[in-house]
Design a protein around this ligand. Structure first.
Ligand SMILES: [Zn+2]
Ligand SMILES: [Zn+2]
Length: 245
């Protein structure tokens, strides 16, 4: 073990001692045998929500790969989903994970989301061999406010878990508004105008798996897919942590 690895181990041990891991949803202290990020009770209600049927295909959310017309228009025919996103109802554990992921730079939330995405991708009917993992970039405003791009970190973890290469393919221009709070038409317009190719992008002939945390209209995801196909990508698939069912 290198000195750096040893130091990282000591440091993360110290962090666990000072801030013992707690359930991101109910705050209960986790024991080493508990699953990552959520206590067993919250994890079981999370798992129950993933079994809610998709309104379009009737399959459980975790087995549904349906795409909206917007995504199909962008050449995406498969979206793997880990959990249902129910803003008006209750999937409190998924929402707590998303909050910690987006606002608290939580290592546990990132690891949990990456693991759930890996399960969702492995459940897809077609194999993912030969794909490169990439992600929907966070808006500049979000990066300024919170100091990081959560899906950049999660997509790296996911690529590692799936044994696939990873690439940053898109960036957001400074004029991007937060998608949250815009209506559907405004989201599509905003995403189209502000998702730009990353410097040095070479997508010709490649297959990409684009990942994001939440899928609502799919405008940002569609904008990244459009950009990749315009740059010559052979195929684009997607995986999201939480999808509005
Ligand atoms: Zn809990
Ligand atoms: Zn479906």
């Amino acid at each position: 073990m290198s000195l750096r690895e040893k130091w990282n181990k000591v440091r993360s041990g110290a962090v666990d001692f000072l801030f013992p891991p707690r359930c991101l949803c109910c705050g209960k202290l986790l024991t080493p045998s508990d699953p990552l990020a959520l206590c067993p009770l919250c994890l079981s209600s999370y798992a129950l929500a993933a079994r809610l049927p998709c309104r379009h295909c009737g399959r459980e959310t975790a087995d549904c790969v349906c795409c909206s017309e917007l995504l199909v228009g962008a050449g995406v025919y498969r979206v793997a989903k880990a959990a249902a996103y129910l803003p008006d109802e209750t999937n409190a554990p998924a929402q707590a994970v998303l909050f910690a992921l987006k606002r608290e730079n939580s290592r546990d939330a990132k690891a949990f989301v990456a693991r759930e995405l890996a399960h969702a991708v492995r459940r897809m009917p077609e194999k993912i061999d030969g794909f490169t993992v990439t992600f929907v970039p966070r808006g500049q405003k979000g990066i300024r406010a919170y100091g990081y791009d959560q899906m950049e970190d999660v997509s790296r973890l996911l690529a590692g878990a799936l044994g696939l290469p990873w690439e940053k393919t898109a960036v957001r221009s400074g004029q991007a508004k937060e998608q949250k709070g815009l209506d559907r038409a405004a989201r599509i317009e905003n995403a189209k105008k502000t998702v730009l190719p990353a410097p040095g992008l070479n997508a010709a002939g490649k297959r990409y798996l684009v990942v994001d945390d939440v899928l609502t209209t799919g405008a940002s995801l569609a904008a990244v897919a459009d950009l990749l196909r315009f740059a010559g990508a052979a195929e684009v698939r997607a995986a999201v942590f939480a999808a509005r069912s």
